[in-house]
Structures are given as structure tokens and as C-alpha cells.
Design a protein around this ligand. Sequence first.
Ligand code: FPP
Length: 246
Amino acid sequence: MSTHNSEAVAVPRHVAIVMDGNGRWARRRFLPRVVGHEQGMQTLLRVLDDFAARGVEYLTVFAFSSENWKRPEEEVSGIMGLVLTGVSRYLRKLAAEGVRIRVIGDHSALSPKLRAAWDEAERSTVANTRIHLSVAFNYGGRWDIVQACRRALADGLVPEQIDEAALAARMALSFAPDPDLFIRTGGEMRVSNFLLWQTAYAELYFSDCLWPDFGGAEVEAALAAYACRERRFGGVREDESVPQGA
Ligand code: FPP
């Protein structure tokens, strides 16, 4: 599902974020990296509310990539532990605030305990509609395209039936419109195998701010930058289009 028109839309319906810079934030304070991730989780809880208040309907965040298993064991288990404590500490509050949580990614590699925590987060927020928070966990954009192809084949589709709509319906974010705004914090300008398929026409916004320092002012700056963009989805600029009947 995507909004393919060239109207200026002031507020993005769907924002995707690569929450980068937790490690550097911690290092600058001589703290373990996992403390940076813990701060990063607090930041997410804060800005989720800022985005919801501004009318953003979908927020999708990259919490753990398919490649993050290569990090030191202590950091990987630290992030897994954060999910478990995060779910037990904050799920009730998020549920009461109208947040619908979904987890996207390859769950097969996660521990049964972690899967149970994510299942609980999804189940207990299933009726919520204020903002849809999708947490990409053990997710990769290439993995997503591959799993959509596999599902299409498992559904019995023949090559002639495999088109963009058939794959889009089987991608991990098939329930959401494509992201309008892609934000990456931490100063790097890379997509890093996040939502490769879904961000085909997203507006890109890069911030030098480290994720734990991202706050209301940065949310405003990102939304203001987005509001100034002219989206064309492969078409021509509004002022260059040929008038009807000309
Ligand atoms: C990138 O920063 C961040 C991550 C790989 C993990 C993001 C995780 C969280 C914000 C916490 C967990 C959140 C949830 C919802 C479970 P980096 O470590 O690459 O930072 P660096 O580039 O400064 O080293």
C-alpha cells in the first residue's frame, strides 16, 4: 500500500528510524555499550509519544539487524536482556497509551523466552490504534525480500503471478503504508540493509545527533525538513507538469 501522488503532505504517515549512535554515546561517557542501548530504549519511548502527538501513524525502528549477531556476545545478550526488561517494565504503559506493537524479522533464531516476550507485546496491544510501533528485530531488508519470495512460492504462485503487488503483500510491513520519512541518527549516511523494498520513495533525513540524545527538538527538525520536500514518486515537478488539455 503506498500513497503515490505528488501532493505536499505536511506530516509523514510512516516514519522509519535507524537508531544509530548508542555505542558512541556510551563510549564518550566511559560506559559499557549496553548502557547506550538502554538510553536508546528510553529515547524511543520518549520520541514515540512526540511522533504520535504530531499525527504520525506508523513508526518502524531498527532495533537489531540480521548482522548485529557479529557484535561481542556481551553486547548481543545485553540487547536481548533489554527487550525482556523493557517488555516487563513498559508494556503496560505503552498498551494504555494506545500503542500497537509488532515485531518484524526472523524470529526463528530468537530464544523461546524472547519470542514469548515479543508475542506478549503483540498480543496485549492488538486492539490499539493511536500509533503502530514496529520493532525490526533480527531483521534485514534482503531477508525480507527473500522471505516474501519464498512465501509467494509456498502459496503456489507461478512466475507470471509474481509481481510487485504479490511481493508487497508478503513483505514484513504489508499492513502499513510505505515509509514516507527515513531517519538515520549518528552521522552515518547509509541504509544498512533496513527497509530496502519499502523505502523506494521515502524521503531521507540524516542527523548527526547520537540516538540517545535525540529528543523533541530533533523530532521537530526532522518533520520540518520533511514538510519542505516535494515528493514526486518518479514523476515531474508540480510546476513543470503539462496542464490538462494543453
Ligand atoms: C545502533 O547503535 C543501535 C543498535 C544496533 C541497537 C538499537 C537498540 C536500541 C535502541 C535498544 C533496544 C530497543 C528496543 C526497542 C528493544 P550502535 O551501537 O551501532 O552505535 P555506534 O554506531 O555509536 O557504535
